[in-house]
Design a protein. Structure first.
Length: 632
């Protein structure tokens, strides 16, 4: 593995080992400046004569754990709140800690037909679903708080509570009074609305009857017009033509008879009276022919046109009359519909208000939505909480009762923002409960908040993330955990099972990308570069540069200040690019140093008596070899 250090032979061949072996020789060559040595010091003291404290390099399995404090809570906690839209009083509360059972919920949408109570601890509820099927559901009372909370005739929705354990009752006297008032108003406006519905139906039937009669009259008038035009008038003309033709033939015969009578009278065979009689008949027939011709002419020239005009206008008049009847009926129907809509709107307003009042009345009875234990909600600060009690005033949306499921518990802990990058969902952890000090609970990280929460008093600026750990509860401890218990969680962030070299964290000094330790070597102290891997709060994993059992100086930056400062110069921290940085302005505001000596003097590194830098150190810096060690 990469975490296993190299052998001593490879250490001697490495650049760091070569520097360590040549430290004494380099120190004797450059006695004018202590930074050029490889930290050759007496084991007992540092640069200023202070006693050195050392730590030991160990080899063991590595495990990075994160500790967090929190409290126990239920993962399935139901909270009952006041859904009454005004402030009200608590009339009754179930005792804290009492067990409640799961409620009976409706499996279908429908209407409650009947509720029977065969005996004291059994109730039978009959529901007719929307598809017409009737089902019976039994509810067994588990405690003295159990009761049926619906009434016959009430509409129910799927999963609505039909019966269960009542845990709280709120004052509903004002709501009951309002319910009575609105029931009276709803009944009055329901009667007016139903009357308006009947009036609309009656007017609709009357309009249909009038429209049918008017349309019938118009159609009959049109038929009369067509009858005269295509039937009566041609028939009259034909009859007149026939009568006229018959009269003309009679006239011709009469004229022939007159001529015959006159000849016979001239010869003496007929009397004069017979001739006169034949003449009178001819005159009568001539008059009839002329009269019939005039009648036909009058019919064709005057009576026909007048009759056509009358019949046509009568048909058009009746069509217009049918349209007027239809429009008049629609206008009357619109008035009835407006009246119906107005009464329906007022009725719905009062009905909705009555339904809302009844919902508020139902909200005054709080039923346990799940099995668990009753926990009375507290108001106020965590230091001075105030529990609700009978007679307390509660506001809308105020928490009244918590019902946790004690079979599914969690630890809700705070993790500091500096550790948040090491944790993720799915990590395993162990929890210790303060009230059960001899038990260790296995748990797993189930959720981690996306945003931090502010710190508590007095560290308001602290930022923590909320982590939830699900607890695996052994069978013999079922029901022992309670919400609010204090718990400590130990999260395993990183783990290496095989032994690896580890060095105390406070013995490592980091300069840019490099890591250094100071190792006592005989009567000297040698600086050594190491390669590190994972870390926790106490140790670094060493991949290269140290061996098990070696001693390292603790807090070297407090003992080798000059050498640490030189390393910081040699391996500066990478600078972050600033998008608003203006190079020209910075140069004009504060000129850069022109030499290494000016730079060291500017940062306060050189003391007043040290005004020069050794030539060897400056040559190394000017050569541009950023990887060269001072010991080189």
């Amino acid at each position: 593995m990469n975490d296993v250090p190299r052998s001593p032979l490879s250490l001697l061949k490495s650049r760091t080992g070569l520097i360590a072996l040549c430290g004494v020789f380099a120190a004797s060559l450059v006695m004018t400046y202590p930074l050029l040595s490889n930290s050759e010091q007496k084991v007992a003291t540092d640069e200023e004569g202070n006693t050195l404290q050392t730590g030991v390099v160990i080899e063991s399995p590595f495990q990075h754990t994160i500790l967090a404090q929190g409290e126990v809570d239920s993962r399935q906690k139901a909270t009952l709140i006041s859904e009454v839209n005004t402030s009200t009083r608590v009339l009754w509360l179930a005792p804290a800690g009492v067990d409640v059972a799961a409620p009976l919920r409706s499996p279908v949408d429908g209407v409650v037909k009947t509720v029977r109570h065969p005996h004291r601890k059994l109730s039978v509820i009959v529901i007719q679903s929307v598809d017409g099927e009737r089902q019976e559901y039994e509810f067994h009372k588990q405690s003295r708080f159990s009761e049926v909370v619906i009434t016959p005739g009430e509409s129910v929705r799927k999963k609505q509570i039909l019966a269960g354990d009542v845990v709280c009752r709120l004052d509903s006297s004002d709501l009951e009074e309002s319910e009575q008032k609105y029931e009276i108003r709803v009944n009055d406006y329901r009667a007016l609305y139903e009357k308006a519905i009947k009036d609309v139906e009656i007017r609709k039937a009357l309009n249909e009857s009038k429209n049918a009669q008017a349309e019938l009259n118009a159609e009959l008038a049109e038929l009369d017009f067509q009858k005269y035009l295509k039937g009566t008038y041609p028939q009259q003309i034909e009859k007149m033509e026939g009568d006229l033709q018959s009269s003309r033939e009679d006239l011709t015969r009469a004229q022939d008879a007159l001529e015959f009578a006159e000849r016979m009278a001239f010869k003496g065979y007929k009397a004069v009276d017979e001739v006169e009689k034949a003449r009178l008949k001819v005159m009568k027939l001539e008059y009839d022919v002329k009269n019939q011709e005039k009648s036909r002419q009058v019919l064709q020239d005057y009576l026909h046109g007048r009759t056509l005009l009358l019949l046509r206008e009568n048909a058009l008049h009746l069509k217009r009359q049918a349209k007027r009847v239809h429009l008049s009926g629609e206008a009357s129907m619109a008035q009835y519909r407006v009246l119906k809509s107005s009464r329906e709107r007022v009725y719905n307003i009062y009905q909705n208000r009555l339904d809302w009042i009844r919902e508020q009345l139902d909200a005054c009875t709080l039923v346990a939505p799940q099995a668990g234990k009753v926990v009375i909600a507290a108001e106020g600060s965590s230091r001075n909480p105030t529990l609700l009690e009978e007679g307390s005033t509660v506001r809308e949306r105020q928490k009244i009762i918590h019902i946790p499921n004690l079979s599914d518990m969690k630890v809700q802990a705070r993790i500091h923002e500096s550790m948040i990058s090491h944790v993720q969902e799915g990590l395993r952890a162990t929890a210790l409960i303060s009230s059960l000090p001899n038990e260790v609970f296995d748990c797993g990280l189930t959720s981690l908040s996306t945003l931090p929460v502010p710190g508590n008093y007095p560290n308001y600026d602290q930022r923590d993330y909320i982590a939830e750990f699900r607890i695996a509860i052994p069978a013999h401890l079922a029901g022992e955990l309670r919400p609010g218990m204090t718990a400590g969680v130990e999260v395993v962030a990183n783990k290496i099972d095989e032994p690896v070299i580890q060095v105390p964290m406070n013995a490592v000094f980091q300069a840019g990308p490099k890591h250094f330790v100071w190792v006592p070597f005989g009567e000297t102290v040698l600086r050594r570069e190491i390669t590190v891997g994972q870390s926790d709060d106490e140790y670094f994993v060493v991949r290269d540069g140290l061996l098990k059992g070696e001693q390292v100086v603790i807090k070297p930056y407090t003992h080798f200040a000059q050498e640490v400062a030189a390393l910081r110069l040699q391996y500066p921290e990478p600078m972050q690019a600033d998008p608003n940085w203006q190079a020209q302005e910075l140069i004009e505001e504060e000129p850069l140093p022109q030499s290494e000596e000016e730079f060291l003097e500017m940062i306060g590194y050189l003391e007043e008596e040290e005004s020069t830098v050794p030539a060897l150190y400056l040559s190394i810096r000017k050569s541009g070899d950023s990887t060269a060690s001072i010991g080189d």
